[in-house]
Write a protein that binds this ligand. Sequence first.
Ligand code: ATP
Ligand code: MG
Length: 258
Amino acid sequence: MTTPQPLLDTPADLAGYAWPDIVAPGPEVLVATRQLVRVIGTDPLTQQLVLKGIDLDIPRGQFVSIVGASGSGKSTLLYLLGGLDRQTHGEVYFNGQSTRTMDDGQLTSLRNQAIGFVFQFHFLLAEFSALENVCLPMWKLGRMTKRAARKHGEELLGMMGLGDKTHRQITQLSGGEQQRVALARALANDPDILLADEPTGNLDKHNSQNVAHIFEEIAAQGNRTILMVTHDPHMAERAQRVITLDDGLIISDQIHAR
Ligand SMILES: Nc1ncnc2c1ncn2[C@@H]1O[C@H](COP(=O)(O)OP(=O)(O)OP(=O)(O)O)[C@@H](O)[C@H]1O
Ligand SMILES: [Mg+2]
């Protein structure tokens, strides 16, 4: 993007800042941000400008990784893109629609239907089986029968190499296996976009490679947009595009030839 980077440094600089007119994203773009600013904290003495006006277009089907130092704003950006947080200024677009005017119910519904999340810590329900965890989002959305949901859940777990462990309780699975269950759960409702925040951050090398490989397979199917925050350079390189954040701004945005 050629948009000049804004010259914001502290939250105080926002007052009276002369923003240019916003140009909405084109139809090929699945998620986008314009002038995205997030101030965290309410106390003027300690509040922090975490995102300083981010302009970003993610076209449908692209596999993107986001890298950058700890504290650069990666998770904050991901949560805003996924409708888990509200911006201080600017726009987030999903399928061309601004999410700023959506109420909490509309955002939740967008998340359930169109967005799959994978976090560093999987947030699976320990008292349920792998299959039940994968089925929960489908049951919640209510688009298919319980039987069809089970079948789809089994297929997804099969794709993750967990076909023989669908009835295991979460606590009886290894960390790598749990993360693959979380990935299956994120894909359950066939989301337009998969948002992953350090999905291998908590795994050893072998399990990381396993999960990374599954991401590549999902990306290779071509229809799924993936945005993955990672600290692992090998993992980042697997994406088609690598975006680097530094101190709340995009400092590099590179497309890799395949
Ligand atoms: N709830 C919060 N309260 C206070 N500060 C916060 C909060 N969430 C984020 N921050 C601050 O915002 C900045 C960006 O945080 P963010 O979590 O987006 O960074 P990150 O790039 O994901 O870092 P990491 O690689 O360590 O996960 C950090 O300086 C952090 O301290
Ligand atoms: Mg983070």
